[in-house]
Design a protein around this ligand. Structure first.
Ligand SMILES: [Fe+2]
Length: 188
């Protein structure tokens, strides 16, 4: 399997948007935290997070019937480059419309952290202290504000947490601290 440097190179070839790059770094950090928690392969889980939206900028409009667009384009590239099928399945599984179910713990984690990372960044934008000092209660409070970051699917966050089989508090805590650990890198 390609190394992290190769994955980063691939990401920079495909993604120009600084905010999308940051999102992918956030998801990588959250996946590394969960790999430690569930004894997964840290690089495999991390790189899966790092590359999960590889094609999102170039192919924002998926066609689930034709299997084109995000994330179908990304998985073609991942397969060509020799990434393992477990990663491919997790990347497909994070898009609910792909029809691929999330069987592995890694796939469940990817789905569970993706929307939550976006939501945490939206909260951090609002706060002078950015990510610092955010607690699970902060997240719950903002989740109830329907107008806040309305594009973030509350339903997917709830579903992802349920699939992990842990409490929202535990899940939010894990992802918050993973993002706080890379705050220098992402500027939050
Ligand atoms: Fe994502």
């Amino acid at each position: 399997m390609p190394q992290r440097e190769d994955a980063w190179q691939l990401l920079t070839d495909w993604v120009e948007s600084p905010s999308l790059r940051k999102h992918m770094l956030c998801v990588e950090a959250a996946m590394r935290a969960y790999a430690l928690k569930y004894q997964g392969d840290e690089d495999l889980w991390g790189i899966t997070g790092l590359l999960h939206d590889l094609d999102y900028e170039k192919y924002p409009n998926p066609d689930p019937i034709m299997k084109t667009g995000h994330p179908f384009e990304a998985v073609k590239v991942l397969r060509e480059q020799g990434y393992p099928e477990e990663m491919v399945e997790a990347v497909l599984g994070h898009a609910t419309y792909s029809g691929v179910s999330r069987e592995t713990q890694m796939a469940k984690c990817l789905f569970a952290v993706d929307e939550l990372c976006g939501f945490l960044v939206a909260i951090a934008y609002m706060r002078p202290d950015k990510l610092s000092g955010i607690t699970p209660e902060t997240v719950t409070k903002y989740l109830k504000k329907k107008k806040f970051a309305e594009k973030v699917s509350r339903e997917e966050i709830a579903r992802g947490t349920m699939e992990l089989g842990i409490s929202e508090e535990e899940h939010f805590k894990t992802v918050i601290s993973a993002l706080q650990n890379i705050s220098d890198k992402i500027g939050f």
